[in-house]
Design a protein around this ligand. Structure first.
Ligand code: 58G
Length: 265
């Protein structure tokens, strides 16, 4: 998959993308990232890419014609989906990430200063996308979030081929807690099921813990869970010792949370 990023600060992306899983994916050529510096498309002697807003106001506005020239160059390479990172867009979520991962080419436009000329948005941008309800000084961190989340869905980027499908959100659940050595740490033990070596029991434990963590932290994600499954989940929780609940971060989950969950209150 090819990512194009229109940015005044290409170094910001290059260095951030060179590390970690995405960096390895780039080395293996499982994805490509090309940055495009609008200054190179500026036509005047000062290489201007922005100007003061008509009517006054803070910040500088990136000029429509400069953006158009950069995007024409990118589009000349082939069809691409053009996204403007902006707090006004619909929120990025797991569904959107998986949709974007099916595209052969994605172009991310990073605004700076006061944003971009509205007419460029009207004519050149396919969609706006936000990574959350807060304002950034530039779109670059949001572009990095999009690239990272999409890249890990691409075949070969995660070590295990299935990881992206098994992970949190793929099944509408949060991740179960994880543990490594030592088995005992400051009075907290690794849950017995994980040490049992019994595959079926381990899978069952992981599913139940995913559901319990989701019930504690994001109960609205469990809206679709059938009544019989809800009762099974409570039965599983009732079997857990206080020590195991504590080790799993489930302290605070109460009998009354299950009464609400089971619709018996
Ligand atoms: C309002 C403020 C409109 C993405 C800033 C446009 C980009 C937040 C997000 C802007 C961003 C997000 C200028 C800098 C876009 C421009 C950029 N802030 N929540 N800031 O995804």
């Amino acid at each position: 998959m090819k990512f194009h990023v229109l940015t005044l600060f290409p170094e910001m992306l290059k260095s951030a993308l060179s590390a970690g899983l995405v960096g390895q994916g780039l080395k293996k050529n499982l994805l490509q990232v090309e940055t495009h510096q609008p200054r190179e498309a500026a036509e005047d002697a000062h290489r201007s890419v922005d100007d003061r807003p008509f009517g006054g106001g803070d910040g500088m506005i990136m000029m429509a014609d400069v953006l158009a020239r950069v995007l024409e160059g990118i589009r000349a390479q082939g069809p691409t989906r053009v996204i403007y990172l902006s707090p006004q867009g619909p929120r990025l979520d797991d569904r959107k990430v998986r949709e974007l991962a099916t595209l052969p080419s994605l172009t991310l436009v990073c605004g700076r200063y006061g944003g971009i000329d509205q007419r460029a948005l009207n004519q050149l941008i396919d969609e706006e996308l936000s990574i959350g309800d807060y304002v950034l000084s530039g779109g670059e961190p949001a572009a990095l979030v999009v690239i990272d989340s999409v890249a890990r869905m691409l075949p070969g980027v995660l070590g295990h081929e299935e990881s992206a499908h098994r992970d949190s959100f793929a099944q509408g659940l949060l991740e179960h807690p994880n543990f490594t050595r030592p088995r005992q740490w400051r009075g907290q033990s690794v849950p017995e099921a994980l040490l049992s070596g019994h595959h079926g029991r381990i899978q069952e434990w992981k599913l139940r813990l995913s559901q319990l963590v989701t019930l504690k932290k994001r109960p609205e994600l469990l809206a679709g869970l059938a009544p019989a499954e809800r009762a099974n989940l409570r039965a599983f929780w009732r079997e857990m010792s206080p020590e195991e609940r504590q080790a799993c971060g489930l302290q605070g989950l109460q009998e009354e949370d299950f009464q609400r969950f089971l619709g018996t209150r």
